[in-house]
Design a protein around this ligand. Sequence first.
Ligand SMILES: Nc1ncnc2c1ncn2[C@@H]1O[C@H](COP(=O)(O)OP(=O)(O)OP(=O)(O)O)[C@@H](O)[C@H]1O
Ligand code: SF4
Ligand SMILES: [Mg+2]
Length: 324
Amino acid sequence: MAASDNGTLLAVENLVVEYPVGNKTVYAVSDVSLHVDRGETLGLVGESGCGKSTLGRAVLQLRRPTAGTVTFDGIDLTKLEGEALRRMRRRLQLIFQDPIASLNPRRRIGDIVAEPLVITGVTDRDERDLRVRAVLTAVGLDPDLTMSRLPHEFSGGQCQRICIARALILEPELVICDEPVSALDVSIRAQILNLLEDMKRRYGLTLLFIAHDLAVVKAVSDRIAVMYLGRLCEIGPTEQIFTHPAHPYTALLLDAIPVPDPSVKPAANVPIGEPPSPIAPPSGCRFRTRCPRADQRCADQVPALREISPGQLAACHHPLGVAN
Ligand SMILES: Nc1ncnc2c1ncn2[C@@H]1O[C@H](COP(=O)(O)OP(=O)(O)OP(=O)(O)O)[C@@H](O)[C@H]1O
Ligand code: SF4
Ligand SMILES: [Mg+2]
């Protein structure tokens, strides 16, 4: 797995996450390998239910993987337990989609943001106060007007700022942003995306940025990974993914990005219908039931991820722009 000059901070290798449901199995994440370099933002996109959140939670060991490894700064998190895992988890944080739901409605903002400090044993109240004030100021909130109030007194955008403050207070190295702007009004999405960029620079963060669609991740990602029904389809530099997608699913996602001009009709070849059930994924390439290029080989063989151009890998028997 290639590492950049900055070195790999997170490496996910052959990750499998399966959920037993009754006597069936949900194949949520199947044999996914990817890495994120220090200081990099990797965008992770795909339709609802393709396994993005499951992958994020498995990285943090909030859901233990069925198989595979998650190596963070050289340490395999899947092997850690108890206090050793808790200590490592401080270095990785998660920001959720629904900021209001992820804040305890009965606790004051000052206490909510200070909670990770309490949990990690910062007993000095003055020190906690100073750190809460500093991080609230960093996310654009006035501590004097914020700390003694309750979550319902804030807008969705302000609540997401509070969630970001809570995620940053332990000065993590990796932040997994799971659709951090999806639940927000379009008008404030750009503000939160800009805030995350500012925080990334200020705190030297590495980001795994999860979103439904390519348009949201384009502005913030150095590289983009595309998932479909539990598998990684394509990964590569943002510019290359947008200008020369190799996987037919990536190309269809790009076609599905709405164009602001109402006279331009949506593309006719966006993915049709619902994806198949992750309880019974198609044989071979999981995208074959919706792929315009599918043939018998696609039904018979799982396509391996292979390099298409420098740094761009795709899992497809008949990649776009490549002679087969
Ligand atoms: N606890 C669980 N038990 C059983 N199945 C689950 C569980 N959590 C998720 N799943 C299933 O695993 C698959 C992947 O879900 P996941 O939430 O990771 O997808 P996602 O890409 O994050 O979707 P969304 O974009 O809607 O957030 C889905 O089919 C989902 O229904
Ligand atoms: S392997 Fe076949 S079905 Fe899958 S994306 Fe490529 S062409 Fe389509
Ligand atoms: Mg999700």
